[in-house]
Design a protein around this ligand. Structure first.
Ligand code: ZN
Length: 432
């Protein structure tokens, strides 16, 4: 008698009308697929996990499930601190402007389209205040468009600091930070925590493909400037099969060479929202495939098994681990940290991984006891490797959305990131 085929119910949305519809996950030849059917628009199928059902179930290491409550309005239309949301928010994106100094063929934010706007300082203050009234302070991601187009960015950070926020991450393409060192210093002085730098590869090809021009020399200059200013950098590659999936190992090697200024590599397997034409919506890049590439391309120095799913967010949204580079150049994996359910712990974890390293007083490399030496290595020779797979209209699961801990700040709402950016196949979204 044959074994019962693994199957699981889920809830998703129709990729045409974005209405909530039931779906089923099951094991197929290439991996785990989700199938769903809209009464109006028919049947849809997409690959969500390029591995076996055992691997898929084993990845679910969630330690807390959060509160089970009834929804005010059904997700994803009514998303904003709705009672069905099962996770506190950790991280809030503050979109400061939609202006950008690149015109990337791929853009989550669809920057530079339509009317160009910038939030006034008064609007920014209102958003900070709203966050504080609604569970804040949160970790702030200064975002856009390209936030460094604003000369008043140091004042925006200083205002947030005065109001009680203590983590500011700058999501940037690096163009201004490469050429304007004084601006970087002013940001640091104001209280910037780290630079979250688009970094798609160690050759020019991925930049020409994804960003429309050569940018590697710009990225290298940002890293040099950050080293000089003692500002931590997170390298953020948008990874696409056929464009730069073959560079993930080289990017990690580059990060290891550039410690301690590079604190983390945070991969973003590309999903379909924003300005991104998809030829094959049925075959996205999933987490297991990315991890296998990391293992193969680092010659097994980093292994798939070193990584685990998120604990604060839904485990299927992310992966993370941390390594220490030992004196002989070998990597030692540090497991079992981070991924806590409490949002404050998760916020601290991000701070520890991504900011410029702080070494406890009295600790130095050559003297001191074993603990000192360990703390020094953790501070100066550790590299966090993580990633997040955003959801789109093809693969969205409401159970994942309800655990989202990244929100986008609105005047009177904090909307989960993937709901905010959710668009149907025609590019029409639920939120403005
Ligand atoms: Zn439909």
């Amino acid at each position: 008698m044959c074994e019962k085929v693994w199957e699981m119910e889920t809830e998703s949305v129709c990729p045409i009308c974005l209405k909530r519809i039931p779906g089923k996950k099951h094991q197929g030849n290439a991996g785990i697929f989700m199938e769903k059917k809209c009464p109006e628009h028919g049947e849809f199928k997409t690959l969500i996990w390029r591995d076996t059902a055992d691997h898929y179930r084993g990845w679910n290491t969630q330690r807390c499930s959060g509160a089970e409550t009834e929804a005010d309005t059904p997700c994803p239309e009514g998303c904003s601190h709705c009672r069905a949301h099962r996770q506190e928010i950790c991280c809030v994106l503050l979109e400061l402007t939609n202006a950008c100094n690149l015109n990337c063929p791929i853009c989550f934010a669809q920057a530079g389209e339509g009317r160009i706007w910038s939030l006034s300082m008064e609007d920014i203050e209102k958003r900070y205040a709203y966050m504080l009234d609604n569970g804040g302070p949160y970790n702030i991601q200064l975002s856009g468009g390209e936030p460094t187009l604003r000369d008043d960015l140091p004042e925006i950070i200083a205002l947030g600091r005065r109001m009680g926020f203590d983590y500011f991450q700058l999501n940037t393409n690096g163009l201004r930070l490469a050429e304007d060192y004084d601006y970087l210093l002013a940001l640091k002085e104001a209280g910037l925590t780290c630079i979250y730098l688009q970094f798609d590869g160690v050759t020019e090809e991925p930049y020409r493909h994804l960003r429309g021009r050569s940018l590697l020399h710009i990225k290298e200059q940002v890293i040099e400037n950050a080293r000089r200013a003692q500002m931590g950098v997170v390298l953020v590659p948008t990874v696409i099969r056929g464009v730069n999936l073959d560079q993930v190992g080289a990017i990690l090697k580059y990060a290891l060479i550039n410690q301690p200024v590079v604190r983390c590599v945070h991969f973003q397997p590309a999903s379909h929202f924003g300005r991104f034409d998809v030829d094959a919506p049925g075959l996205p890049l999933t987490i297991p495939e990315l991890l296998r590439n990391i293992e193969r391309q680092t010659g097994g120095q980093m292994k798939s098994g070193d990584f685990s799913g998120g604990g604060a967010e839904n485990p299927y949204c992310s992966f993370h681990t941390r390594y220490i580079k030992e004196k002989d150049g070998c990597l030692k994996v540090i497991k079992g940290e981070g991924g806590c359910c409490s949002s404050s712990q998760s916020q601290d974890y991000v701070k520890m991984r991504w900011a410029w390293p702080e070494v406890p007083k009295g600790c130095c490399e050559t003297e001191g006891d074993a603990l000192d030496s360990f703390l020094y290595d953790m501070a100066y020779h550790s590299l966090a490797v993580s990633g997040m797979a955003f959801q789109d209209c093809e693969n969205l699961e409401l159970s994942r959305l309800q655990k989202c801990y990244i929100a986008v700040a609105q005047e009177d709402a904090l909307i989960p990131f993937c709901a905010y950016h959710l668009t149907n196949r025609r590019g029409e979204g639920l939120y403005p």
